[in-house]
Design a protein around this ligand. Structure first.
Ligand code: JFZ
Length: 477
């Protein structure tokens, strides 16, 4: 009796052990999914190649949350300003009537677009509707829109036109969560909820189709607010809606924060494969190395303060400097991603001075160095502590972006296998070829002329096949 018990215990233990061993081994499981990933690996069409090569983008969070600007009735809301409606410090009925005061008299779409262009942004994402449900376009499916504010004019159209004119591609942010629509539910608990949610789904579908038809220049949709239990049950609906939207605009780009699979998994399906065209989970964070990305396209969306997207009068805590933001941009590109910097204009339509100065400083750096950003991605060279390598995807040109100069003023480089180092020169003065010192097989020092840099500096670097002769074949040291 005792023995039988022991055998059962041991068998159960072994089964669990085997299970836990296997669950640690990355493997392609064979779960048959109808609404999982529809493609393995990257999209290779020209629309997606264009997306991949942007490097730098601009995010804009604008809506009626810019009126309270993170405070109400003399009290400060501790969360992100665009979430203020969810706070007990401001009654819903007051918030939901703020639109009657929304009148951004100083809004100048052309000036915003020009500023973004000068910063070096090649795409822009605008909040058409955030979680509060207020629409910056005159949607015919709700009264809660810009058309019913004193401003009246279609802000999305003004922005789409202005940015498109500057050659900046426009993407529409759309929140599935909608705190204003009566049929919206975060979870479905009974028959009434289920009926209400059906009307909400149709409303969502109508609005999305409306947006793509009204703004056919749109290159993609940036979805948000898809974490609700109710939405996680919508694999069938969301999958078919995605297909419908892709049929309206050819090449439309939709990230991984949109549809769930039939098990309610988000971003990655039950087999671990990414759903959507790029990974949308890098929010205010950047991966440390390329292996974390499993070969997927991705973008990083970043705030200048800690976590404020919409306008907040008080930026508490650390506010990132332009150099910090430039380093983030370069790091993203070095790991094959895009970097998208957020702006939160105020209720008058003014972009605050802290954002304007960063846009200007990033732009100044980009004017000199954009060659190391645009059309660039991961270079197969081991990263060193002084900064990052990037590589042009068509020409193969490799760049070194230097942020930290070692005290000896020498930058170590480990050459890829079967390569040796050729010419290294500053991007801004290509004739000032730098001296090179060989340390070991495959290891070199680049000797800098100035140990103190007052701005992140970019160098072009040549890697040549070992058997071929290059400019710096026998470096004169
Ligand atoms: C969402 C919004 O709630 C927020 O207001 C803002 O619009 C931002 C861009 O998106 O916030 C998120 C969404 C996802 C994560 C974190 C914040 N996430 O995956 O870590």
């Amino acid at each position: 009796m005792k023995n039988r018990f022991l055998i059962i215990v041991l068998t159960v233990f072994c089964l669990f052990e085997i299970e836990s061993i296997y669950s640690q081994v990355p493997h392609r499981s064979s779960i048959n999914l109808e609404h999982g990933a529809h493609r393995l690996g990257r999209r290779t069409d020209s629309a997606m190649e264009n997306w991949r090569n942007y490097g730098l983008g601009q995010f804009i969070h604008w809506g009626i949350y810019s009126i309270p600007g993170g405070q109400w009735d003399g009290k400060k809301y501790n969360g992100a300003a665009e979430w203020i409606r969810s706070w007990s410090g401001i009654p819903n009925n007051i918030y939901d009537n703020l639109y009657q005061q929304f009148n951004p008299e100083d809004f100048d779409a052309k000036a915003w677009a020009k500023q973004a262009k000068e910063m070096g942004a090649r795409y822009m994402i605008i909040t058409t509707k955030h979680h509060d449900g207020f629409c910056l376009w005159p949607s015919q499916y709700t009264n809660y829109t810009i058309a019913n504010t004193p401003y009246k004019k279609d802000i999305i159209k003004e922005l789409v036109d202005a940015y498109t004119n500057e050659g900046i591609d426009v993407y529409l942010y759309f929140s599935i969560i909608d705190w204003n629509y009566p049929g919206y539910r975060s979870s479905i608990k009974n028959k009434e909820d289920s009926l209400a949610y059906e009307s909400f789904k149709q409303f969502t579908r109508n609005q999305l189709i409306e947006l793509l038809k009204m703004y056919p220049e749109t290159k993609g949709l940036w979805f948000d607010g898809t974490w609700d239990a109710a939405w996680k049950e919508q694999a069938v609906f969301a999958d078919s809606l995605g297909n419908e939207l892709r049929n309206i605009i050819f090449g439309l780009i939709i990230g991984s924060r949109f549809r769930p699979d039939e098990f309610g998994n988000r971003h990655f399906d039950a087999n671990g494969d990414m759903m959507g065209d790029y990974e949308q989970g890098w929010e205010r964070k950047i991966p440390d190395n390329i292996s974390q990305l499993s070969g997927n396209d991705w973008d990083c969306v970043m705030t200048i303060p800690n976590n404020q997207w919409g306008y907040n009068e008080n930026w508490d805590g650390h506010v990132k400097s332009s150099f910090e933001l430039i380093e983030m941009l370069v790091k993203c590109v070095s790991l094959d991603g895009n970097f998208v910097l957020n702006f939160g204009p105020n209720s008058k339509g003014i972009i605050r001075k802290e954002e304007t100065s960063r846009a200007k400083e990033i732009g100044e750096w980009m004017k000199v160095n954009n060659e190391a950003i645009y059309d660039c991605g991961y270079a197969e060279v081991e990263k060193q502590d002084w900064g990052y390598f990037t590589q042009n995807r068509s020409s193969g040109q490799t760049y070194m972006a230097v942020f930290n100069v070692p005290v000896n003023g020498k930058l170590k480089i480990k050459c890829p296998e079967k390569k040796k180092i050729g010419r290294v020169a500053p991007l801004s003065s290509p004739d000032d070829i730098l001296k090179i010192e060989k340390i070991n097989k495959q290891e070199y020092y680049i000797i800098l002329n100035d140990k103190i840099l007052n701005t992140p500096k970019v160098f072009t670097v040549e890697f040549i096949d070992e058997e071929k002769k290059g400019v710096n074949d026998s470096p004169k040291i």
